[in-house]
Write a protein that binds this ligand. Sequence first.
Ligand code: ADP
Ligand code: LRH
Length: 491
Amino acid sequence: RAGGVFVAVDIGASSGRVILGRVGSDGPSLQIVHRFPNGAVEVDGTLRWDVRELFTQVLAGLRLASDSLEPGERIASVGVDTWAVDYGLLDNDGVLTSLPFSHRDIRSGSTVDGVHSLMPFERLYEITGLQFLPFNTVYQLAAETSLDHHRALLVPDLLCFWLTGRRASEATNASTTGLVDARTGDWAPEILTRLGLPADLFPPLIQPGQRLGLLLPEVARSTGLPTGTSIVAVGSHDTASAVVAVPATVEKFAYISSGTWSLVGVELDYPVLTPASRSANFTNERGIDGAIRYLRNVGGLWLLQECLRSWTADGLAPQLESLLTEAAARPADGPRIDADSSTFIPPGNMPDRIRDAIKATGAAAPTEPAGVVRCILDSLADAYARTVRQAVELSGAEVDVVHIVGGGSQNTLLCQLTADATGLPVVAGPVEATALGNIMVQARAAGLLGDSASLTDIRAAVARTADTTRYTPHGPGTAPKTSPIARNRRV
Ligand code: ADP
Ligand code: LRH
């Protein structure tokens, strides 16, 4: 089969990249052509995403992608993914009214009681299967003063609108809003009506693999790409794309997409909407081909990023690599915190907040940065193990291996601690799983993988070229391989 060249625009909460993906018969290979930092910016005491600057970086990246082509190559299509949940509001003329809020802004949470008084969380969960996070889109929308004469677009859909002039809501990301029915995968009219939201606030859904449109002429001019270049919908929720590219070679696996957030779970072909699942706060987000990403958000490397930011501001010039080496040399029975606690969601003063959380457990708080780092990684590994165990117990899935993908897969200490805590082998990598998933969905849409290529086929292709490291557990750990619930029981 002939090969093809695709572009992934992949923007995480801490950094963005534009990547050329060449997909041949031996699997995909990536060339990172542009990297840029990302992070919420403070505007008048609120936390926002500077999406205009992000769009400028996307255009710069597309220009570099075009310049990086080998003779005879052409870009078949472009796909865009970013973090989930956050959205921009457009006025009647399609103009962005203000910079989108970050889900870490303090307004998140303030509207939860109001929303639940209109619709109890039990009913919301019954319909959407979405875990409770105080910043889910549904709660953020309730904080808007007026939605009259406004339309909303989730962040990747907004970038795609600016690239093509076409508005659509990509389905995997829409599933993180709290407004989509987990069974139908479509907008849930009952929720929109009961919360008084306009039925057409978001545009209709588009599925990953469908063609969204062509680059606008001015975008083509400024990037050097041909006007006929297509934008194809991918799993525009970064986690959905990451899960596509888990290089699993067996059926029974759990995944951890480890970046600013950690997303820990299993893939199912049915949603789990039981009261037990609701109490454990597991989510049923949509993946590619209607798969369910049954997972839970775990606080993630945000805790470490924020500590590094504080220590840098304090003039300590922390180096991640040496901190991790020092942390690895510390004893295994150090203090733990609840990495899932919502107290860690907002930015600022993280080392002190972690020390306070340690003291609240009755343990002595470390004074050295390396001690804090070790506490974060021990706590994350414990949370990963607990979450894998719960996913297995609640869904009936079985797990023989845990895959860690994303930036955190480079953290050898975290990977080994996760193997030890779960008692399961951990396969770490690829680092750029999200971009790979983005590219493979485009490659399949272009017919490169065969019309009937399944997620399993995509993963096998990724596994052929993926850079991975295997970690063996040093003990039995706590995650069972199988569940008391019979496999495949639809719960
Ligand atoms: P996001 O997509 O949310 O922006 P990434 O998947 O890029 O996040 O992961 C970012 C995280 O990866 C960082 O917070 C950092 O902890 C970790 N990371 C990046 N590079 C390394 C490295 N060389 N060694 C260990 N960890 C790393
Ligand atoms: C990870 C992620 C996660 C969401 C959060 C807002 O980047 O998309 O899946 O919960 O950001």
